[in-house]
Design a protein around this ligand. Structure first.
Ligand code: EPS
Length: 373
């Protein structure tokens, strides 16, 4: 059994839901932690009015016994408070937004207007992913694996220096999830400028995992490569358009001698650099996993781009919906959840999947074996 995550739910429907199947039995699910993760996703400078309506909480409907997992599928509901304002009301949309799922989904499914496209494509769905990702994080914690993230650019403002894992953990204290106070200020100004112009702004967030043992993922088959799984998971986050592992896109001009990480032996494997971002040959190598993602500017603009009315075919301005000006800080929390899911899946594939104690025994035996190298 492999770890599987599916979501359902619409942005202004009853709620958003996650079905997480394949979590081993015996894991205590700390709901305060899950809800704190949901709260982290809701924060961020540049969010729209919707976040003042919602107060996301995980309602775990199945899969637990006395607070612990049983190995059965876990169904989590995050109810939409805004549903009260929408139930029974049809709000058809006729002017698709460039860059949104609006038009392609309408063509594919034959919707009568753009509303169903908007409802399911919405990043509201990521609340469900974060709830499921929190359970994955709790599982990883049992094995000493931790995940952190921060925002490294918004629009034209960029954090030029490397940040440590500890600094990343401190980015919860920043409204844009940037641990550098000076850059944070500039990022907020960039968001203000975009808002004032009726525009939106994207950026780059970085997600890292530490404590990951060597040996997750595999080089033997293309779809088992850990970097490939991470890239798919990250690219699936609404509006993410590029994913980079390690120094990746930052080092595209570097020659091999400056791109790779020398290996030394000093009572264990040691490296002084981590340009590979913790993955070689599709397998984790024991260093921190480092992933960067570029999120495009949100397609809903208050000063909209041109589009057409799907009824009359006339040139019009695209629909203006209530939206966020910038959701990069929120996306970085979603990125943590997606990385947690991929790593939890790879961990269970390597060490077994039914019972937490059995998995820990296999994990410890493996660590002993690789220390004997
Ligand atoms: C979104 C539009 C906004 C965002 C929403 C994503 O919602 P609304 O249309 O209700 O104003 O707030 O994000 C969330 C609801 C969320 O929880 O992240 C969109 O069109 O994708």
């Amino acid at each position: 059994m492999s770890l599987v995550l599916k979501t359902s739910g619409e942005s202004h429907g009853r709620g958003v839901f996650a079905l997480l199947e394949g979590v081993p039995a015996g894991l205590f699910v700390d709901l305060d932690f899950v809800n704190a993760e949901l709260a982290r996703r809701q924060r961020g400078y540049g969010r729209g009015g919707r976040m003042r309506i919602e107060k996301d909480e995980a309602d775990v409907l199945s899969g637990l016994y006395n607070g612990k997992t049983t190995g059965a599928p876990i169904l989590i509901a995050v109810w939409n408070r805004d549903w009260e304002n929408w139930k029974g009301i049809d709000r058809p949309v006729w002017r698709p937004r460039p860059g949104h799922a609006d038009l392609p989904a309408l063509l594919k499914y034959g919707y009568p207007n753009v509303r169903p496209s908007i409802e399911r494509a919405s990043a509201r769905e990521t609340a469900a992913r974060v709830a499921a990702g929190a359970i994955c994080k709790l599982l990883l914690k049992e094995f000493g694996i931790e995940i952190a993230s921060c925002v490294v650019s918004i629009g034209r403002v960029r954090l030029e220096r490397e940040v440590s894992f500890e600094e990343m953990l401190s980015s919860d204290g920043s409204q844009v999830r940037c641990p550098d106070r000076e850059v944070e200020k500039l990022m907020m100004e960039e968001i203000d400028k975009a808002r004032a112009e009726g525009d939106s702004v994207g950026g780059v967030f970085e997600v890292r995992a530490r404590g990951v043992p060597p040996g997750l993922g595999s080089h033997v088959q293309w779809d088992r490569r850990l970097d490939a799984s991470i890239a798919q998971a990250m690219m699936s986050i609404q509006a993410v358009k590029a994913v980079s592992i390690g120094c990746g896109w930052d080092c595209f001009g570097s020659w091999g001698s400056r791109f790779h990480d020398e290996i030394a032996w000093d009572e264990g494997i040691k490296r002084s650099t981590n340009r590979a971002g913790g993955i070689e040959g599709g397998i984790s190598n024991g260093e921190e996993i480092v992933v960067k993602c570029f999120m495009k500017p949100i397609p809903t603009l208050t000063k909209p781009l041109r589009s057409f009315d799907i009824r009359t075919k006339e040139t019009v301005c695209a629909q203006v919906e209530r939206s966020d000006v910038c959701a990069v800080p929120a996306a970085s929390v979603v990125g943590e959840a997606m990385l947690a899911f991929v790593l939890a899946k790879a961990l269970l594939e390597k060490f077994g999947a039914d019972n937490l104690d059995d998995i820990k025994a296999a994990f410890d035996a493996y660590k002993k074996r690789i220390q004997r190298l």
